[in-house]
Design a protein around this ligand. Structure first.
Ligand SMILES: Cc1cc2nc3c(=O)[nH]c(=O)nc-3n(C[C@H](O)[C@H](O)[C@H](O)COP(=O)(O)O)c2cc1C
Length: 365
């Protein structure tokens, strides 16, 4: 298909629409891939054998179409630590504060060890074991949401794997392009999850300028939840959009129902930018955990990965018992436009139709 939404990224990936879905849910990924978009599955929370199984599960359902896997590669965490060793590094005063929050809000204890205990961002060894699976399986695209993937480019390229880097600052884009990264996701402050403090409208054109002439596609991220955002991203010079919040409340999404309801109700002001969940700045929906860490009694937020371990019981307990009043989830400022539980195929086609309308309006003006 040729048309105003057809970009170099479409040719490079063999996709119809320049829309990338970042999702933790395999069903969402498959639905988007089979509807003409591209999907990158977030696997940082999974052990290597589960990652391998998920890759095969997707492959069986997409008929040879390409997809990606996203992991985190933080350079600031220790090389190799057990969860017990890491937990022992959390000061008693922080445990007291965590316990106070859980008592005050009657937060149930998690049913099992929290998922965050297997996060690839806890130490380098975990992250590298996850990367090995992506290499073994020769997944077409490897994306790194945190930390630079430059050190694994050579090996990835030998295996025919594209490496994409997610950046929040122009200088990170410069470094990654110079190192040979295959595509850059320029992510703005509006975004869900770990993000820097430069707005989407400022970071995207700057990264486009840096990438000009290199052939490296730039994918805009942060706040893209309508076709108007897609058209605007292309107008800023991006080759496509990378979207996360858009899919959270889709029919296929495996988030629990109270959390989906919370996200459907959420307004832009209900998202907060804070380091109290993981120790990195991150945008999530506001919950009592944030309120307490903003208070005068709060201790200093711990460095990664310790803060993530400290928040793990609160987060997992609220999810396990579906406590809508306590839950928090990564969500971007564009969550205002996520108001209906639609199938992923329809979300994509609505986005594309609206973007095409914008283009037509400009063409006939
Ligand atoms: C629930 C959720 C979890 C996320 N986890 C990750 C992650 O593990 N790795 C990553 O690279 N990005 C992660 N992100 C960020 C997305 O990759 C993406 O950059 C972001 O959602 C874009 O902003 P948007 O939500 O406004 O579309 C997450 C986003 C959401 C919504």
């Amino acid at each position: 298909m040729n048309g105003p939404l057809h970009t170099a990224l479409c040719d490079r990936l063999g996709i119809e629409y320049p829309v990338v879905a970042f999702t933790h849910c395999k069903d969402v990924a498959v639905a988007v891939i089979n509807s003409g978009g591209f999907a990158v599955l977030g696997e940082a929370m999974h052990a290597p054998d589960r990652i391998a199984a998920d890759i095969r599960w997707i492959r069986e359902r997409v008929g040879g179409k390409p997809f990606g896997i996203d992991l985190v590669l933080p350079s600031s965490v220790p090389d190799d630590r057990t969860v017990e060793q890491l937990l022992a590094g959390i000061p008693q005063g922080h445990w007291d504060f965590e316990r106070m929050i859980r008592n005050k809000y009657d937060v149930p204890a998690p049913k099992e060890a929290p998922n965050l205990h297997i996060w690839g961002g806890l130490d380098q060894k975990r992250a590298l074991a996850q990367v090995e699976v992506v290499f073994d399986e020769r997944v077409p695209v490897f994306a790194s949401g945190l930390g630079s993937p430059a050190f694994l480019l050579e090996r990835a390229h030998q295996l025919g794997i594209q490496v994409w880097g997610l950046v929040g600052r122009p200088r990170q884009a410069k470094k990654q392009i110079a190192a040979g990264t295959d595509a850059i996701i320029a992510q703005g402050y509006d975004a869900a999850g770990h993000t820097g403090n430069i707005g989407t409208f400022s970071i995207v054109p700057q990264v486009v300028d840096i990438a000009r002439g290199t052939g490296v596609p730039v994918i805009a991220a942060g706040g893209v939840t309508t076709g108007r955002h897609l058209a605007a991203a292309l107008a800023l010079g991006a080759d496509g959009v990378w979207t996360g919040s858009l899919w959270l409340a889709s029919r296929e999404s495996d988030l629990n129902l109270p959390l989906k309801e919370r996200l459907l109700e959420a307004e832009t002001e209900d998202t907060v930018y804070s380091d109290c969940i993981s120790g990195y700045t991150m945008r999530t929906t506001r919950c009592p955990w944030h309120d307490e860490w903003l208070g005068p009694e709060a201790p200093e937020v711990l460095k990664p990965p310790l803060q993530m371990l400290l928040s793990a019981n609160y987060i997992q307990g609220s999810l396990d018992y579906q406590r809508k009043d306590l839950m928090t989830e990564a969500a971007g400022q564009g969550i205002h436009y996520v108001t209906e539980m639609k199938p992923a195929r329809q979300i994509l086609s609505d986005l594309v139709d609206e973007a095409l309308d914008v283009c037509e309006r400009f063409a006939t003006a």
